[in-house]
Design a protein around this ligand. Structure first.
Ligand code: CP3
Length: 343
């Protein structure tokens, strides 16, 4: 039986569209908080297959999404490479930044598979345990976004350290992105071999770059990853999510070869349908704050998204992850609205 989520990624239009939510597992669910308390820390949580499997299944059980996403994090790659990483309560991830050639030389790509074995074990168990109509999504951070964390030591901000570094020593920048692209290919390839049926590349910090940087740091590594995955796993769809790419989304879709693009909340659906719809399926893009608000505002905005993308293959999602303050009942309301949608 073809799964609805996979059919749409391969170019079929379905009404109602399949749906899932970025960060559908997380602190907004009481059962997640309970599970989280059983782990020593967040990384321990990610590396214990029985906990990761349960966290992946919780939202699907409660709300009936069309896809489960592996519970893990994009920062398991720097962790597995040997960079020091800590998830501090209320502060998010903090890494010991890469500042010199010496730090760089200490990264150990050869340890990746061994360190990440529990992640693949979680994928295997999930593939064997999810309901037959639900698809399993694997994921990784895109090289640029992971490099931002590795060099800046944290996310967000103006990203001046990394942009300066890549400008002063372009060869080092390219080497880091190539190392991360290769690690990402291996990581996603193993997830697929373990049972992931589609994969998503999260490029959360793809905004705020100039044209040349966007091509070198976002498009080029993504294109390389997509090409290798397509050679090794033909038919497994790849979703690219270059958050805040704005007017560069069409070029991203054309140049990288992704099957679908994840759109952030700033993108107008009719524009995306016109400018991107011909070369990729579209995923998105309800504002995550509207999901916090709930009620009529949620109903109205969700229908606007459904209507806006109806002309093309569309996967309903948010423009960014579920916020921790989201009432779970609002997700249940969203599920009802999507299921009731007719063309
Ligand atoms: O979507 C899912 O349900 C699957 C699991 C998933 C997590 N992180 C779990 C998580 C996925 C796909 C991610 C991706 C991720 N991680 C991204 C890309 C998407 C985005 O949000 O832009 C990024 C940038 C990260 C790095 C990261 N991990 C940050 C910035 C944080 C702290 C923010 C926060 O909400 O605390 C994390 C921690 C994290 N990753 C949590 C979860 C559920 C919260 C940890 C906790 O339980 O305390």
């Amino acid at each position: 039986m073809a799964k609805r989520f996979i059919e749409v990624l391969k170019g079929k239009r379905l009404a109602p569209p399949p749906w899932w939510l970025m960060r559908q597992a997380g602190r907004y669910l009481p059962e997640y908080r309970e599970l989280r308390n059983r782990a020593k820390n967040f990384l321990d949580f990610c590396y214990r297959p029985e906990l990761a499997v349960e966290a992946s299944l919780q939202p699907v059980r409660r709300f009936g999404m069309d896809a489960a996403i592996l519970f893990s994090d994009i920062l398991v790659i720097p962790d597995a490479l040997g960079q020091r990483l800590e998830f501090r309560e209320g502060e998010g991830p903090v890494l010991e930044p890469i500042a010199s050639d010496r730090d760089f030389a200490r990264l150990k790509p050869e340890n990746l598979h061994r360190r990440l074995a529990p992640v693949y074990e979680a994928v295997r168990r999930l593939a064997g345990g999810i309901p037959a109509e639900v698809a399993l999504i694997g994921f990784a951070g895109a090289p640029w976004t992971v490099a931002v964390y590795m060099v800046e030591g944290q996310g967000g901000g103006a990203r001046t350290k990394i942009r300066d570094w890549f400008r002063r020593r372009p060869a080092d920048g390219e080497t880091l992105l190539a190392l991360l692209a290769d690690a990402t290919i291996e990581h996603l390839s193993r997830q697929i071999a373990s049972g992931a049926e589609a994969v998503q590349l999260f490029d959360s910090w793809a905004g705020g770059l100039d044209d040349d940087e966007f091509r070198r740091f976002v498009i080029a590594p993504t294109r390389r990853i997509v090409a290798r995955l397509k050679e090794r796993h033909p038919g497994v769809p790849v979703i690219g999510f270059p958050r805040e790419a704005g007017a560069r989304y069409p070029e991203f879709a054309r140049e990288t070869g992704v099957d679908a693009v994840g759109l952030d909340g700033a993108i107008v659906p009719s524009w995306a349908v016109r400018e991107i719809g011909a070369c990729a399926a579209l995923q998105g893009n309800l504002d995550n704050r509207v999901l916090v608000a709930g009620g009529e505002r949620l109903a109205g905005e969700a229908r606007r998204v459904l209507e806006g993308f109806r002309a093309r293959p569309h996967v309903f999602n948010l423009g960014h992850g579920v916020l921790p303050e989201t009432p779970p009942e609002h997700v249940a309301l969203l599920a009802q609205i999507i299921r009731a949608w007719k063309d």
